[in-house]
Design a protein around this ligand. Structure first.
Ligand code: PLP
Length: 437
């Protein structure tokens, strides 16, 4: 780094101690960052190949309205997604308003009364509890006679294969596997592990549908779950694959049959994929997908940088500073409410949008403690953008993710550290002490 950047950081409120500390950390991460760039390079070529193969052209960026019949851009975008994920078909729509909605459509489209869902990886993401009916809610799958079963992970985080075998029965129609730990404390699954679970399930019951909740995992690896046997993968366009440019949307990729079922549920039986105007959003979807490998690489570098900075300061971090990454989320156990608040206020102060706002803990509906959220985003709720949130309860863990560029993610971490230093939550020795890998 040059004197110029040091001066600019100073003007942004980063003092010399934080600057030097973080510079030292960054220098130690060169090799890790190189391997992240290698993955991004493969994924960039993968996306580019799909776009060239399907002859993406500026005619595909034209807006359609009304029913949206013959929306060439939408159809081409779906073909590109199918190529990127190596599937027969895809549903990529602004009418899928979030990841939770896309998962709801994938599930409800492919299940019928009497069917059972099985999760071999423990409890699913919070919002899915109401979708499935684990927490009683009007309109849940449970109300439609669809049952649910889960097999907890073993104590060491591994899959309980005996338990899974015992849980598969005549009613088991769909196995749902969540790739990312989300805001849980279990490890995130690698694509290879997901492949092993699917292979195991299919040896017991060949025709079961294996669905992967792919949120936060896209482009972290060079292969996706649909390349290791998943019949369906589902995610949000305001996370990884939207590249920060998609203003809304979700995707479902998978077999022709699974996608047809999902499409008939999203629109109407008989209408399926044939309708759904894109209102001028196709360009953002194409361009976001094109940018996504690089954006995900930046977010990953930010997560590793955060893990290393806070690990060397003595905090416990998950994943740790050394292990391989399978999603973009970084959990940091900060140990006190003051630290959590300072961290989140630092992240907010680093934003390009709403940097002057000071986040405070509040009693958010659906949570059993107060929650603090830092999110200065171009797209509301976008978590591929620099963001952090934490429930105000022991062990005071903050979840950090995103950053549209590595330099922004880095600045966010520096600003969070600065706020913690300014409020006396942490002290800095002159040089970082590395923990043993
Ligand atoms: C974010 C997320 C979801 C839900 O996505 P929304 O877009 O917030 O509705 C589901 N599963 C996992 C693992 C997620 O990270």
């Amino acid at each position: 780094m040059t004197d110029l950047s040091q001066k600019m950081y100073q003007e942004l409120g980063i003092d010399n101690r934080v600057y030097v500390y973080c510079k030292h950390i960054e220098q130690g991460l060169r090799e890790r960052f190189d391997s992240i760039e290698d993955v991004a390079e493969c994924n960039q070529l993968k996306v580019l190949t799909a776009m060239q193969r399907h002859q993406v052209s500026d005619v595909h960026f034209a807006a359609t309205t009304g029913y949206g019949y013959n929306d060439l851009g939408r159809e081409t975008l779906e073909s590109v997604y199918a190529s990127v994920f190596h599937t027969e078909a895809a549903l990529v729509r602004p009418q899928l308003i979030s990841g939770t909605h896309a998962l709801t459509i994938a599930l409800s489209g492919n299940l019928r009364p009497g069917d059972e869902i099985l999760s071999p990886v423990g409890k699913p993401y919070d919002t899915l509890e109401e979708v499935i009916g684990i927490r009683e809610t009007k309109g849940s799958l449970k109300e439609y006679g669809i049952t649910y079963r889960q097999v907890e992970l073993l104590e060491d985080g591994q899959i309980d294969y005996d338990g899974v075998k015992a849980a598969i029965g005549p009613q088991t129609k769909l196995v749902t596997i969540q790739r990312s730990k989300g805001y849980d404390t279990r490890p995130t699954l690698s694509v290879k592990q997901i492949g092993e679970i699917i292979a195991f399930v299919k040896t017991i019951k060949q025709d079961v549908i294996c669905m992967v909740d792919n949120c936060y995992g896209e482009f972290v690896d060079t292969i996706e779950p649909t390349e290791v046997g998943a019949d369906m993968a589902v995610g949000s366009l305001i996370k990884n694959p939207g590249g920060g440019l998609a203003p809304i949307g979700g995707y479902i990729v998978g077999t022709e049959t699974c996608i047809e079922h999902a499409a008939n549920r999203l629109t109407a039986p008989g209408l399926g994929k044939e309708v759904g105007a894109t209102l001028g959003l196709n360009q953002a979807f194409f361009q976001g997908l094109f940018m996504a490998p690089q954006v995900v690489a930046g977010a990953l570098k930010g997560a590793i940088f955060a893990a290393t900075v806070f690990d060397t300061l003595g905090f416990s971090v998950l994943p740790d500073a050394h292990e391989p990454r399978h999603d973009i989320i970084q959990a940091i156990e900060l140990g006190s409410p003051e630290s959590v608040i300072a961290f989140c206020q630092g992240i907010q102060a680093a934003a390009a949008v709403d940097s002057y706002v000071v986040p405070e803990p509040w009693a958010m509906p659906g949570y059993d403690s107060e929650v603090i959220m830092a999110a200065g985003a171009f797209v509301q709720g976008s978590s591929i953008e620099l963001s952090a949130d934490a429930p105000i309860k022991p062990p005071y863990t903050v979840f950090f993710q995103g950053g549209l560029s590595w330099h922004h993610a880095k600045f966010g971490v520096m600003k969070a550290l600065q706020k913690m230093l300014d409020t006396g939550c942490v002290t800095l020795s002159s040089a970082p002490e590395y923990s043993k890998s």
